[in-house]
Design a protein around this ligand. Sequence first.
Ligand SMILES: Nc1nc2c(ncn2[C@@H]2O[C@H](COP(=O)(O)OP(=O)(O)OP(=O)(O)O)[C@@H](O)[C@H]2O)c(=O)[nH]1
Ligand SMILES: [Mg+2]
Length: 512
Amino acid sequence: MTLESFIMTLFTCHLLLNCFLIQFIGSEDSSNISKDKLLGGLLAQGHHEDSCLSRYQTSLYRKTSRYKPSSYLISKLRSYEELHKRCGPYTESYNRTLKQLQQGQTQSISSENSECKYVVWVSFSGLGNKILTIASAFLYAILTNRVLLVDPGKEIHDLFCEPFPDNSWLLPNDFPLQSKFDMYELKSPDSYGNMLKNNILNTSSESLSSFLYLHLVHDYKDHDKLFFCDQHQKFFSEVPWLIMKTDNYFVPSLFLIPSFEQELTRLFPNKSTVFHHLGRYLFHPTNHVWGLITRYYEAYLEKADERIGIQIRVFETATGPHKHVMDQILACTLQEKVLPEVDKQNTFIPPPRTSSTKAVLMTSLSFGYFDNLRTIYWEHPTITGDVIGIYQPSHEEFQQTDKNSHNRKAWAEMYLLSLTDVLVTSAWSTFGYVAQGLGGLKPLVLYKPENHTTPDPPCGRAMTMEPCFHAPPFYDCKRKTGIDTGKLVPHVRHCEDMTWGLTLVDDSHDDL
Ligand SMILES: Nc1nc2c(ncn2[C@@H]2O[C@H](COP(=O)(O)OP(=O)(O)OP(=O)(O)O)[C@@H](O)[C@H]2O)c(=O)[nH]1
Ligand SMILES: [Mg+2]
């Protein structure tokens, strides 16, 4: 063999081996991707990929979740999709049930008309709240065999892809009650609570109204809260249209309704995964928002050894930045070793070989906290030699709920936070809850400052990744007295960031 042919043979072998390796690795990679592309079976097949790139590309940016959806949840989602296909907008059943509503008909209990029943989610409140309440309404729909229809408001179609394969989740524009949605409030005479209070509703009558307005907003009163009692749920089960306005993640209290309990345990053997799974199932950024997310991720976060998310939400009237909040951010991240200390004496320390790069994604309406932190890590070296990059995608200064570009940024930032490895969030913020839930992360929570003072301790590890229900009922439906609903079962407890709130935690025997 000549040297030339020897080299050729080597080269061919090398190519073949490479080809083989590429094919082998490639096929393993793609099978891994396709395995997780549907998020462990959570997502249905049959969507057009191009119309919603995020649905199938998420697995390229997110680590595989350590929380698997139960097979029962998966089968329930598939049967929900069938129901949605049969009953969604403009289907025969939808048109028939709508006619009833248009004609103001009452529904006879024995009637077979309403093979399809609906829960209509009314657009209300900040984006974080909207995401949490859509998930709550969807779970309620699953539990009660209803179809969820979402009032598109000004932004839903711009932010989220359609989650169900064969029919839209958006409430059609010609829905007869839509013009009333803005007017629905605590005092609305046709809310379920007020009708009960004023004895207008006869819960034992033979005929029922074809719709009910459920006021589940944080200002709701005792009669509205009866929604969380079994005997009232029984009454709702015959009403074809339930119109729901809420700004709260009311899922924890559904776990306290005896008739839902067993089903919920089958759906979610790990109780702390409700929003994690439902959120990943329902909320896929539209292509426009996906561009915001992926471009940012690739430019600033992807290459780092560790990604850290810090979400700053300040509930104060005066515009910041506030010194006590900046002190709190530093105290928390340094004490909890999320970020390394800096050396203020030496001007330069050569980084040791083991140093790593940390990309910190900050989100906040204001610029000041980010500017401050970035300056600290620019002006001083870290004592570990770690290289710290601080990034903030936007600073919108104040909430601008009606502006599309504002909402897109907010959604992109919640999503980006959910792609981090370590998360620090602000107490009380639904924005932070969405990020932690989607990411499957138990964040460090910056406690809410009182009297403009940095809390001590500044933060603590959340016991769950679940959002907190900020305005739960404290009522024993059977005994008809007040009760502490955070003390009834081990998996529904008071939240750390809001002492009167309720959240879901795993039972100690839950298998993770
Ligand atoms: N881009 C961006 N927008 C934010 C940020 N924090 C708050 N916002 C905006 O302010 C709104 C706050 O409402 P939510 O999403 O419900 O968040 P929250 O922290 O619970 O605040 P409240 O509803 O006001 O109690 C968001 O929807 C955004 O429009 C942030 O870090 N980045
Ligand atoms: Mg909120």
